[in-house]
Each structure stands twice: as structure tokens, then as C-alpha cells.
Design a protein around this ligand. Structure first.
Ligand code: HEC
Length: 107
């Protein structure tokens, strides 16, 4: 578990695949995360999309895994399902590596 976390931290330093998916989505139908969560991962309160910048990658992966197996409403279950386990790690590493400086005050 600890090694896995370290691996995610290393991924955060360079996650070109994650950035690609965040900005452009993937070929499996996942919409670009940036459309709702912001290009800087700052979130969008008006549509209820939480900020993801600077969150621990493991927490983002775990949230995506939960969403992928949920029957919940909203856009996320389908989007999470459209990401492979590797892609979940890649986007998580990308968001985890973004600066938190521009988060809204309540985050
Ligand atoms: C169409 C808008 C939209 C898109 C596109 C989108 N999201 Fe979301 N996302 C939301 C909303 C709204 C929520 C909050 C409600 C929920 O959890 O379903 C959310 C919640 C989440 C959460 C859970 C955060 C928490 O606090 O539990 C994660 C993680 C997440 N999104 C990651 C992603 C990733 C990664 C992508 C791109 C592959 C993405 N989202 C694309 C709208 C979007």
C-alpha cells in the first residue's frame, strides 16, 4: 500500500496521459474533466463539481472507483466507468499535482 502511494506521487510529477484525458476526454466516451472541474481543477460550484486540485491521488482514485460501481445520479458514474483503472490513476495524479492556490475560499 505504501509503495503504491509513492508510485502515485511519482506519477504526479509527470502524468501526460492524465493531462490529456482531463483536457480532452478519452476515446471511450469520458468527457473532459476540465469542462466541469475546471482546467486548473478548481471546481465549479454552480454545477456542483468539487475542486480536485491538490487532492491526494489515492483519494481521487478511490472516489472514481466508488463512482464507477455506483448507480448514483449525475454525470460521474458514467464518466468513471469510461476510465480504465490506469486512466483513473493518471487523471488522479494529474489533479493531485495541480496547485491549490486558486481554490475558492470554502475549499
Ligand atoms: C459534466 C460535468 C462533469 C465532468 C465532465 C466530470 N465531472 Fe467529476 N463531478 C461532477 C459533479 C457534478 C460531481 C459531484 C457529484 C458527484 O460526485 O457525482 C463530480 C464529482 C467528481 C469526483 C468526486 C469528488 C468527491 O469529492 O467525492 C471525482 C473524483 C471526479 N468528479 C472526477 C472527475 C474526473 C477524473 C473527470 C474526467 C475524467 C470528471 N470528474 C469529469 C461533474 C463532472
Amino acid at each position: 500500500m505504501r509503495i503504491w502511494r509513492i508510485a502515485l506521487l511519482l506519477l504526479a510529477a509527470a502524468a501526460p496521459e492524465g493531462k490529456q484525458i482531463v483536457l480532452h476526454g478519452n476515446s471511450n466516451g469520458a468527457m473532459p474533466c476540465a469542462a466541469c472541474h475546471g482546467v486548473n481543477g478548481q471546481g465549479n460550484a454552480s454545477i456542483g463539481a468539487p475542486a480536485l486540485a491538490g487532492r491526494p491521488a489515492a483519494a481521487i482514485v478511490s472516489a472514481l472507483n466508488n463512482l464507477a460501481s455506483s448507480q448514483g445520479s449525475g454525470p460521474m458514474p458514467a464518466i468513471a466507468k469510461a476510465l480504465t483503472p490506469q486512466e483513473r490513476q493518471d487523471v488522479a495524479a494529474y489533479f493531485a499535482g495541480l496547485a491549490v492556490g486558486i481554490l475558492p475560499p470554502n475549499e
